[in-house]
Design a protein around this ligand. Structure first.
Ligand SMILES: Nc1ncnc2c1ncn2[C@@H]1O[C@H](COP(=O)(O)OP(=O)(O)OP(=O)(O)O)[C@@H](O)[C@H]1O
Ligand SMILES: [Mg+2]
Length: 570
């Protein structure tokens, strides 16, 4: 049963006056299939009804087109100047407006459908829609979902003085994923905090990727963890590592970036170290020596442990990696008649590998990457993730990545690794009984398309796959960014709902307008002038773009700008 059918079966409501006389603003003078021109009644109006309401751009209106009330929004108000006949005739000025049609409300049943079910005629009367009617139209599309459970997230109000609350079902808000977009200072982080607080009330499961560590004040059923050994707020936050053996070989290749000649040696060295770990008897000091040695035992061990070794997460001692790469620089066989014995040291290979060896040594010594390459005593983030999933008393896992380096694409790779892990759980139906929401603040730091490096192309595609498949496995994504143009288009286009804060950059606005077919002209024109916390919600499940003011979160993020007054000398 689709929603329109369901609406049609809704019980008929008590009579409701959509067209109170004091809301009258004028009549239609010209009508097209999607919009109309409206002559606004003025004090000098010939019509017997004198208007007490006025209209401004952005107002919602109802047009009488029985049996429907056509719901629309004013996009443009201007003065039309008309000269009276004769050369000296005085000019007559008439206020006019353009109204875009958004939805149709059946007057009798109050069922709401997107689009125009009956195009209104010239001369139809137009009325300002009061906030309660707007709320009714907005919320009516979700009646079916509400009636079956009644769970609404109240994280915003209509942006008017009456502050009418807006309740949205989770299905509608992020069931098909949600993008929170806006220029810096638009209110994205506060919106995320309000959403987290609202979701937490319902004992849901949510993972918040906190790129800058600003959400440390969030309280309630929440676990705070942070990547790295530095202390972080709150005091209860637990330091975790992302051990390299929880990254795949592809991830490590993306960090170490071998060239075409170096890649086979790096791959061979990782394989040797995995064999050395599983069969220490074949190794000396943790290393496999190859020059002039027999291949037989090594190949036999590889065959015996092939499943363990070919597992993308197979463990090995990374601190031996550079020395093992040197051991790999040998001729393939000792002589034409000795195929089962490796040859001697190949100094050509060796000199080709020196830049790679230096780079790996440098990366292993970078302190910002210590949570990956020197996990030490810290628990693994992945273990914490599983503990969180099992903990019935905990709703939110906040992962602070404040101290994780931007160098060597570590953020993209680690974000992708966590995303991939969740996707694997989702594909195993892990979230079917326990829907999971993932929030990615500052998403452009994690989704910066594919890493392209000379000969190795690595698609960091976990989030792309979550955007495509997550819905059917109950894994939803909420991503927030100030740079929509940096989000791959195939991810943005999968976002069923967009919560748009103030956006000024023309390219960003064009991208948002292209990605969301539902945004109308009037709403698009409002986007640059929204104040902090105001947003327009558009999406497949929204019959009309919905302007809202997001509630102030109880524990706002710490997103203060620099305090010059306090710290600079006067
Ligand atoms: N819902 C709201 N109600 C009232 N004020 C708000 C609201 N949302 C944001 N603000 C104000 O705007 C400021 C900036 O908000 P916020 O940090 O959420 O912006 P942002 O879009 O996340 O910016 P950035 O892209 O720089 O992270 C806040 O410090 C607060 O003063
Ligand atoms: Mg922010």
């Amino acid at each position: 049963m689709n929603e329109t059918d369901a609406n049609a079966q809704m019980p008929i409501k008590e009579t409701f006056n959509f067209f109170p006389i004091d809301s009258y603003i004028g009549i239609l003078s010209q009508v097209s299939s999607s919009s109309a021109k409206l002559v606004l009644a003025s004090k000098e109006s010939q019509k017997s009804i004198k208007p007490s309401a006025t209209a401004t751009s952005g107002d919602f209106v109802l047009i009488k087109s029985e049996p429907y009330a056509i719901f629309g929004q004013i996009s443009d108000v201007s003065l039309a100047v008309q000269k009276k006949k004769g050369n000296d005739g005085e000019a007559r000025v008439t206020p006019v407006a353009v109204v875009d049609f958004l939805a149709s409300v059946e007057i009798r049943t109050r069922a709401v459908s997107s689009g125009v079910l009956q195009t209104p005629k010239i001369g139809s009367s137009v009325y300002i829609a009061d906030p309660k009617t707007v709320q009714m139209v907005i919320e009516s599309r979700q009646k079916v979902e509400q009636d079956s459970g009644g769970l609404l997230l109240h994280f915003a109000t209509l942006p008017n003085k009456s502050a009418t609350p807006v309740g949205l079902t989770p299905e509608r808000l992020f069931g098909r994923h949600c993008a929170v977009l806006g220029a810096t200072g638009g209110g994205k982080s506060w919106t995320i905090a309000s959403l987290v607080e609202e979701i937490e009330k319902h004992r849901a499961k949510l993972i918040l990727f906190d790129a800058t560590g600003e959400y440390y004040r969030l309280q309630g059923r929440i676990r705070h963890v942070h990547v790295g050994a530095e202390r972080e707020q709150p005091d209860s936050s637990m330091a975790v590592a992302i051990p390299y053996f929880h990254l795949t070989e592809d991830d490590l290749f993306a960090i170490f970036k071998p060239d075409a000649a170096q890649a086979p040696k790096l791959r061979a060295a990782m394989k040797s170290l995995k064999v050395a770990r599983l069969m220490p008897i074949l190794a000396t000091g943790g290393l496999i020596t190859k020059a002039d040695r027999s291949k037989v035992e090594f190949e036999k061990a590889y065959e015996n442990y092939i499943n363990e070794i070919e597992n993308p997460y197979a463990d090995f001692e990374i601190l031996n990696l550079t020395r093992q790469i040197q051991n790999e620089c040998v001729f393939h066989q000792r002589s034409a008649v000795e195929p089962l014995i490796w040859g001697g040291i190949n100094s050509g290979d060796h000199s080709q590998c020196i830049p790679l060896i230096n780079r790996i040594q440098d990366i292993l010594n970078t302190s910002n990457l210590a949570p990956i390459f020197h996990p030490g005593q810290f628990p693994s983030l992945f273990e914490e993730l599983h503990a969180f999933l099992k903990d019935r008393d905990c709703s939110v896992l906040r992962i602070s990545l404040k101290h994780l380096s931007f160098y060597h694409n570590a953020r993209e790779i680690v974000g992708n690794a966590i995303g991939r892990h969740l996707l694997e759980l989702a594909r195993r139906e892990y979230f079917r009984q326990q829907p999971m929401v993932m929030i990615l603040d500052e998403a452009h730091q994690f989704l910066n398309t594919a890493l392209l490096d000379q000969n190795i192309k690595l698609d960091l595609d976990a989030f792309k796959l979550i955007a495509k498949e997550g819905r059917k496995y109950s894994l939803s994504l909420i991503l927030s960014t100030q740079r929509p143009r940096d989000i791959p288009e195939d991810i943005l286009s999968q976002m069923g709902t967009m919560l748009i804060h103030r956006l000024v950059n023309d390219r960003d606005r064009a991208i948002v307008e292209r990605a969301s077919a539902e945004i109308d002209r009037a709403s698009a024109n409002m986007v640059p002038s929204l104040t902090p916390g105001e947003a327009i919600i558009v999406g497949v499940d929204f019959p009309v773009p919905l302007a809202v003011k997001v509630k102030v979160p109880k524990n706002p993020p710490d997103s203060m700008g620099p305090d010059y007054q306090k710290f600079w000398a006067r």
